[in-house]
Ligand binder design. Sequence first.
Ligand SMILES: NC(=O)c1ccc[n+]([C@@H]2O[C@H](COP(=O)([O-])OP(=O)(O)OC[C@H]3O[C@@H](n4cnc5c(N)ncnc54)[C@H](O)[C@@H]3O)[C@@H](O)[C@H]2O)c1
Length: 468
Amino acid sequence: MKVAIIGTGYVGLVTGVCFANSGVDVICVDNNENKINRLNSGECIIYEPGLEDMLRTVVRNNKIKFTTDIKKAIEESEVVFSAVGTPPGEDGSADLRYVLAVAKTFGECQNDYKVFVTKSTVPVGTADKVREVIMNEHRKRFGMVRDFGLCSNPEFLKEGCAVEDVIHPDRIVIGTNNEQARKVMDKLYDEVYGFSEERKLDKIVHCDIWSAEMIKYASNAMLATRISFINDIANLCERTGADVEMVAKGMGLDRRIGPYFLKAGCGYGGSCFPKDVKALIKTGEEHGVDMKVIKAAEETNECQKNTLFEKLNEAMYAVSGLSRDKFSLRGKTIAVLGCAFKANTDDMREAPAINLINSLILHGANVNVHDPVALLNCKVIFADERLVEYYDNVCACCTNVDAIVLVTDWQEYQQLDWEYIREEYINSDHKHNYEYPVFIDGRNALVGQELWKKWFYVGIGKCFPAKE
Ligand SMILES: NC(=O)c1ccc[n+]([C@@H]2O[C@H](COP(=O)([O-])OP(=O)(O)OC[C@H]3O[C@@H](n4cnc5c(N)ncnc54)[C@H](O)[C@@H]3O)[C@@H](O)[C@H]2O)c1
């Protein structure tokens, strides 16, 4: 089957490469010429484990093409996916202009029966708008509405293991009100996955188009809510002597609750949860429904994103020996370990590190940033900031700093010899007047290493040393 994927970002590229790897003929389209040129010259434009190798294979096997020519790609394909972005508009609603632009082009050049599939995350009701745009174009161009299929097929991949998620999805949601479109989508997914009839029952959810759109938002809102819930619990644990990790373990063993997304930290970020939560609240408003739980989850997250700065400020004050009015972070140097919104990705959209770095700059601190893959994106965000320096080596990043904040739980940080770093790098110029340097662990990533014995170590939702 021939498939066009419009929008070659995290979702479009990973989906395109995985589909191509299972034998589908894929044309990936983007209106960003630079991206397409880089892909055509063999460069993998995003970091995702396993993507680069698979990309090389499918290019060699001629199963994938990259182009800016959207019309030709639509004309040559039976199924056309929209995988363009749906960023938040000023009022928090999903900005549908890119999806509707793709729908318009689809309407302009639909030469025979095709299915338009929305993989972009769009609010419930968008399919009706897409249908209207396509039919309007048909009327303008051909004087009549041509037959076409419409489907909502939301994407659930997680950055950092996107390839694995697309190859082994938990579920595939096919939302359509049109029998022919459903058959085309079933044929496509047969080709991609070759599931047995029994597996299909487990894996594929067939539903109406509105429910499919809603499933995506409801899923992300539920996950965001779980994160905010456990972060609220973590904040209470810190003040009472309870340990949020033990609490999450004890909760998660209940099969009705389950262990996932109960990891306390410095708030959710990324390209999806923040914007999807906002958009769902807005959709609720438009329909006169007050989305109270999700609003609260968002509020908790906004506060939690400041928690690293607050913890750092408090810890530095505590070790300074100064009175409140004399203490300041001005001139201090802070190492920020990890700026991607989570490990295994270079994506910094809405990352908690951005809040932290901005607060540090505001308070006049110097910021040393390390990240294994996201430094380029970080440099773009803080391009004009002279207080920020970038390091591709952790030890260099930590040399002579006043404190360390671990923001992203990259495996690399867990494998370092922190005792060695403390002795060799942190205190090397003896500029500290306190014995224990400050270490804020925003992900409880180093809890097992008992850093609290030699550092002023602050985690999330835990007390160090434990309350007796
Ligand atoms: N990133 C994720 O983890 C993830 C997961 C599930 C769903 N989603 C959803 O998938 C959609 C895409 O997300 P993403 O992270 O891949 O976005 P992205 O910003 O990485 O990629 C979108 C791409 O679309 C291109 N584009 C925009 N308008 C275009 C047009 N008219 N023609 C051709 N190309 C165009 C952009 O240049 C960009 O390369 C969003 O709706 C998002 O919410 C994302």
